[in-house]
Design a protein around this ligand. Structure first.
Ligand code: GUN
Ligand code: FE
Length: 435
């Protein structure tokens, strides 16, 4: 197909500021051009240079007062919890029993699952999130419905069927054998079909027997490039419970380690209460943490230690963890990540936060060869951002001196209202009504 060029301000990340230094961590073109063809980035750079080398007759779309960035990457979210977001009063274990399990029961009905998957994916796109790592429920038909809706929008999604064979209501339980068979069926149908990817998904250690975790490990060893997603060390009561359920293991992480579930494609949500030895093991195995700030505050789980993860060379991505998280917006997620680090006497620089929500997310999902920034060859998932979307933002942005300040204001005040357009594989999949 014919290339299309978009002219606007352009910002994308080039690396982790902690490793490459702030000045080398991003590319910024105040007047830039992004060229897209066949779902991929073909060219990017300052307008005079790119326009000069543009094939004759290429359509140039000028976006006035707009900023182009990569799509956001949400490394942990539950699609079946969309319509139970903001459920009052409980911390993790009560919240699961009182709200989550009854809500997930509804996903035995495939029509219900398909409807909610559509609402969920559209809400991600409205918020500028183009890739996510997603929990389903225990029902394989719900995950089928999710992948069907994702394929329809051509979004790159990683998702999986929850494996859960104990310590939950009878109506939500599978068995070690059925979870293996259902997961395999979904892997064969969806893994690497178009942009869809599969994650083996044991919910968390308390809801799986040793037999089921063995089956999860077997799936991981039967395919080289599957993902694994679960929860880890989110809540102190949860950690004590894991220790009582698996007394023969050294600790929470060691349960997963014992069943062969650590590695470079293994993403552990939360990890707010890791022991030193566990951080070392996470780093040594290349395992990933999904930091979920709005959820950790909402459920009163704890304050994530980002510098410690960095010191242990653990890859970290950001997750909303909706429905325990309180927003689909990665900007609002950064807002609360910043405040958590403030409470820990640590400064989260706006460029580090931007990296975590884009390229850092892609790196944590081993997708940085395809996603995360706007370098030529990457898949064309990008956003058209309106920094002056509200009267307050307009006044505040006009009172900024430099890029760092503008970016910071965007992260503190921005949400779905600033996302004017969301492009997925080169196609516009969301346009704000007045944009
Ligand atoms: N731990 C086990 N299941 C869940 C879940 O659905 N949400 C969160 N936040 N933690 C969990
Ligand atoms: Fe979660």
């Amino acid at each position: 197909t014919q290339p299309v060029a978009y002219r606007a301000a352009i910002l994308y990340s080039l690396g982790d500021p902690a490793r490459v230094g702030l000045d080398h961590s991003f590319a910024w073109h105040e007047d830039g051009v992004l060229v897209v063809a066949d779902g991929h980035i073909q060219d990017v750079g300052p307008a005079p240079e790119v326009l000069d080398r543009l094939p004759e007759g290429t359509q140039v779309i000028t976006l006035k007062n707009r900023l182009i960035t990569p799509g956001f990457i949400d490394t942990h979210i539950h699609f079946p919890q969309t319509e139970m977001i903001a459920s009052y009063g409980d911390q993790l274990l009560d919240w699961l029993n009182n709200y989550t399990f009854p809500e997930e029961r509804k996903f035995a009905d495939e029509a219900h699952a398909a409807r909610v998957a559509g609402v969920f994916l559209d809400e991600l796109l409205r918020n500028g999130t183009t890739t996510a790592m997603v929990f389903g429920t225990v029902h394989k038909q719900a995950v089928d419905a999710f992948f069907t809706e994702s394929a329809r929008r051509n979004t790159r999604m990683i998702a999986g069927k929850v494996m859960m064979d104990r310590n939950a209501p009878e109506f939500l339980l599978d068995t070690a054998a059925s979870s293996y068979a259902d997961s395999r069926e979904l892997i064969e149908r969806w893994h690497k079909q178009g942009r869809q990817l599969y994650a083996v998904t044991p919910r968390f250690a308390p809801t799986s027997t040793a037999e089921q975790l063995t089956e999860a490990g077997r799936l991981m060893s039967e395919y080289d490039d599957l993902y694994m997603q679960t929860h880890l060390s989110e809540n102190k009561q949860e950690i004590a419970w894991v220790k009582s359920l698996f007394p023969e293991q050294k600790g929470y992480l060691d349960v997963y380690d014992h069943f062969g579930l650590l590695g470079e494609r293994s993403v552990f949500a939360h990890a707010v209460h890791l022991e030193q030895e566990e951080s070392e093991r996470m780093g040594a195995t290349g395992s990933v943490i999904s930091h979920c700030p709005t959820s950790n505050l909402f459920l009163g789980s704890g304050l994530f230690d980002l510098p410690s993860a960095e010191q242990h060379q653990i890859r970290v991505g950001l997750g909303t963890d909706v429905g325990a998280g309180t927003s689909f917006s990665m900007l609002q997620t950064i807002n609360e990540a910043y405040k958590i680090q403030q409470l820990r006497q640590h400064k989260l620089h706006p460029l580090k936060a931007f990296y975590l929500a884009t390229l850092g997310g892609a790196e944590s999902l081993s997708l940085d060869d395809k996603l995360g920034n706007l370098l030529p060859g990457k898949e064309a998932d990008f956003l058209v951002v309106d920094l002056e979307a509200t009267p307050l933002m307009k006044a505040r942005i006009q009172n900024t001196q430099n890029l760092y300040e503008k970016l910071f204001v965007l992260m503190m005040l921005g949400d779905d209202r600033v996302i004017a357009e969301t492009y997925v594989y080169g196609e516009c999949q969301h346009r704000r009504e007045d944009a």
